[in-house]
Design a protein around this ligand. Sequence first.
Ligand SMILES: [Zn+2]
Length: 308
Amino acid sequence: MDCNIFQFCKCLKLLGRIMILIVLAFIGLSYYAVVWESYGPSIFEGSMQSRLGSFTAVFIFTFLIGMTLWSYFACVMTDPGKVPLGWHPFSSDEEADAQFSLASYGGQPAAVNGQRVRFCRKCKAWKPERAHHDSGTGRCVLRMDHYCIWVLNCVGLLNYKMFLLFLFWTFWACALASGLLINSFIRFFQSDADLNSARPAIVFIAFVVDAAFCLSLFGFLIMHARLVVNNCTTIEMFEKARGPPWPYTLGARRNFESVFGSRHWAWLLPMHSAAEKASMLDEALHEPYLQGPEMADLRGADPLSCEV
Ligand SMILES: [Zn+2]
């Protein structure tokens, strides 16, 4: 039986824009439990040391939630990077037109500089290396990683950084919330707990949700960290497992900068400068096609089956 996590994601896609409300509800629940119910009131009562501790907790948690929301909506609203209309890998428009009919009817177009070119039968257009057709948006996306139901967007060349920072800031927000709420969570099981109040239940649920997200995001972050330093996408990860050494890697630092940019101060901010975007698009459109007979299997395995 084919057990594919993407099949499960396809079911969640049916929820559509409700997913945004679900994400906001999770964030709201954590913020309510940490700030409104637990540490906010403590700012105005108790010793100075206690007040300072509560203020610091509220301040840092609010900062993390702010960064999480910024990264989330940046990822939702940023175009992942489409193949420009009329783009082709040939040296002239005439040659592209001549090859177009052949490719449209399933034929193999002529190679360019000895390298096979790629054609999307759904878009009826040429596509660069590492671009894949996204059935969610109905078009080819540059350096496509996957379609994410949580952000209601395809994650690709121009919003992969935003997606990773959404994971990063959410992880730290959940980790801090779990740490701040763990005493209340333990107190829930003690005999003197006031179970008639709604407060312990809300804090209990918030702790369980935050701890669960924290653990699952940790694994997800480790997986994506390995992909970034190897210059690999989630779709390509499945191809790479059955292929020869990965051809796109430029070294760990340059691989990292190809996603996060070269401006160190902006690495943790979910945005790209106009110059970065232009450079990323230029590189993605001129990515050399896989070469050599040993890559034939990978080229043949154009992952249309990975349209997620
Ligand atoms: Zn396409």
